[in-house]
Design a protein around this ligand. Structure first.
Ligand SMILES: Nc1ncnc2c1ncn2[C@@H]1O[C@H](COP(=O)(O)OP(=O)(O)OP(=O)(O)O)[C@@H](O)[C@H]1O
Ligand SMILES: [Mg+2]
Length: 249
């Protein structure tokens, strides 16, 4: 029983890694022709007069190409994760900055945000802007899962067994269906309406955590909310062994 769970987890990690590689290659291959489509549609629009009956169609091409560009940008950010700017990061401050940024957003209007941030938390060695992006992705997903009402709880502490910094982002939203749990970190996996989600948020987040030598796990019950927990190694913790830390889904 335990063995088959472990095997399934390993399979999910392999599948995720393969799709990450594929997604990165596709992003690079598509970026140049897409840039051409955007440029030529702009040139056509410049040359057309305002009442040209074909203008509407060219505008549509331009708009859809822009949408593709946004999706590709997500993939390219993900591919560029190698260029990390590492420095000591105060995770509590990064979380507070992200919360300050989103709390007035309409998505969080009816949502109460609770912070339980350990004031004695040590710094982690990390890339502050990438970690901010990670927390933002988790918080936005939490907000989207609650449909305008509920509680978002953000907590940090030091995991005593490993000296890792533990960050938990919990929501009281709809939760994740069992059949989706193994897929949520895959690029382009989304259950959101067309044009709403690209399905890139969690795969980018997973990549960020992995490059920090950490792990990300999810615990979720349908109808009872979800908790995403991130562990990030601290300089005083046990040495970051990439092989035994990565890929915990
Ligand atoms: N907090 C959560 N509660 C419920 N489901 C979630 C939560 N976080 C993620 N999910 C599920 O995981 C899927 C993938 O999330 P991910 O952030 O990668 O993409 P997305 O949110 O759909 O789109 P994007 O982040 O690109 O806008 C979501 O579509 C949703 O089904
Ligand atoms: Mg998302």
């Amino acid at each position: 029983m335990r063995n088959s769970k472990k095997q399934n987890e390993l399979l999910a990690v392999e599948r995720l890694k393969a799709s990450e590689r594929l997604a990165t290659e596709i992003a690079h291959e598509l970026n140049t022709p897409l840039g051409g489509i955007l440029m030529y549609s702009h040139l056509l629009l410049d040359d057309m007069n305002g009442r040209d009956p074909l203008r509407e169609n060219v505008l549509k091409i331009n708009k859809l190409a822009h949408r593709c560009k946004i999706i590709l940008q997500g993939l390219i950010d993900f591919a560029n994760n190698e260029d990390l700017e590492m420095s000591p990061v105060d995770v509590n401050r990064t979380i507070r900055d992200v919360v300050g940024f989103i709390e007035d957003h309409v998505l969080f209007k009816g949502i109460s945000i609770e912070n339980h941030l350990d004031p004695a938390l040590p710094n982690v060695k990390g890339d502050e802007s990438k970690l901010g992006q990670l927390f933002m992705n988790l918080i936005i997903n939490a907000g989207e899962s609650m449909g305008g009402q509920g509680t978002l709880t953000l907590s940090t502490d030091l995991a005593p067994e490993t000296n890792d910094v533990r960050i938990a982002c919990s929501d009281t939203g709809g939760g994740i269906a069992d059949e989706h749990k193994g897929r949520i970190f895959e690029p382009f996996f989304t259950t959101k309406k067309r044009l709403k989600g690209t399905g890139m948020g969690l795969s980018i987040s997973h990549g960020i955590v992995e490059l920090h030598g950490g792990t990300i796990t999810v615990q979720s019950d349908r109808g009872h909310g979800s908790t995403f927990t991130v562990f990030l190694p601290t300089p005083d913790g046990r040495p970051a062994l990439l092989s035994d830390r990565t890929g915990t889904l």
